[in-house]
Design a protein around this ligand. Structure first.
Ligand SMILES: NC(=O)c1ccc[n+]([C@@H]2O[C@H](COP(=O)([O-])OP(=O)(O)OC[C@H]3O[C@@H](n4cnc5c(N)ncnc54)[C@H](OP(=O)(O)O)[C@@H]3O)[C@@H](O)[C@H]2O)c1
Length: 245
């Protein structure tokens, strides 16, 4: 089934970036956040007729496919009943410095997306849209087949769900590189060569992590075709999980 409505749980930088791209690509979006639909009225009117606001449970029900773009610390608040049977894009990254620490992630026993899948036991979680920023997403989309079209990695335990997300990425203007199961999704997590850098290029030397984040958020997008993404995924070495300050 192709996606015509994208449910968005968490309409911050990532959720709004995905929603904008989806609306531009002709999809409907149902936006939600923690504070209630009325707080999204301005964004809905900016995005136009293809957008409406709802609660997270309603966004989950309405989406053919749903993006869970909330802080990882809120993963247990994702509406598991309404997400049962759905394909859920997980763009969340682990940031232990935020005060939310999970021993199974720190020990590399689980990837953060396996943790999310454990909570959303009846959904099909696909890790995607976690290693590119909204600015680069808004700049690097290209039509299918365009030379040098940028590719994004995805991982998930259900092959049909991976295909569904690859098809959505194609509609949004990106190729997909299938990295396999959620257990293997560490290959594109923070602290690997696939995280952010392919889409922004090398940062100036000597930046602190916070300075890197600020720099990357405004850096112009750098195209990263599938061959490059595959090469970087293959070269990844597993280290401590999470985005560390
Ligand atoms: N920023 C980036 O460049 C980037 C890139 C890739 C991946 N990520 C990852 O993507 C996720 C979102 O990042 P972000 O930068 O978009 O964060 P953000 O700007 O802080 O937005 C977070 C959104 O989640 C909502 N939210 C929080 N708790 C919620 C809950 N329990 N139920 C429903 N909505 C809830 C917030 O709603 P309220 O405002 O109403 O609380 C807000 O809309 C994070 O896990 C991050 O690691 C970020």
């Amino acid at each position: 089934m192709s996606t015509t409505t994208l449910g968005v749980i968490g309409t911050g930088m990532v959720g709004l970036g995905a929603a904008r791209r989806a609306v531009d690509a002709g999809l409907n979006v149902v936006l939600s956040n923690s504070r209630g639909p009325e707080t999204l009225a301005g964004l809905v009117s900016e995005l136009g007729q293809r957008a409406r606001a709802a609660t997270p449970a309603e966004a989950a029900r309405a989406g053919d496919l749903v993006i869970a773009s909330v802080p990882l610390a809120a993963y247990e608040q994702l509406p598991r009943t309404e997400l049962a049977g759905k394909t859920v894009i997980d763009p969340m990254n682990y940031a232990p410095h935020s005060g939310f620490a999970i021993p199974e992630l720190d020990s590399d026993e689980l990837t953060s997306s396996q943790l999310v899948q454990r909570h959303l036991a009846d959904a099909r979680v696909v890790k995607a849209l976690h290693n590119i920023g909204p600015k680069q997403l808004s700049e690097l989309f290209r039509p299918a087949g365009a030379p040098g079209r940028t590719a994004l990695p995805l991982s998930g335990d259900d092959p049909d769900a991976r295909k569904e997300v690859a098809d959505l990425l194609d509609v949004l203007g990106f190729d997909a590189v299938d990295l396999g199961t959620l257990a293997d999704s560490w290959r594109s997590e923070p602290n690997t060569p696939l995280y952010a850098i392919p889409y922004v290029g090398q940062p100036p030397s000597g930046l602190t992590t916070m300075e890197f984040v600020a720099w990357a958020q405004q850096a112009p997008g750098v195209p990263a075709p599938a061959a490059r993404i595959k090469e970087l995924a293959a070269a990844a070495v597993r280290g401590p999980a999470g985005f560390r300050m």
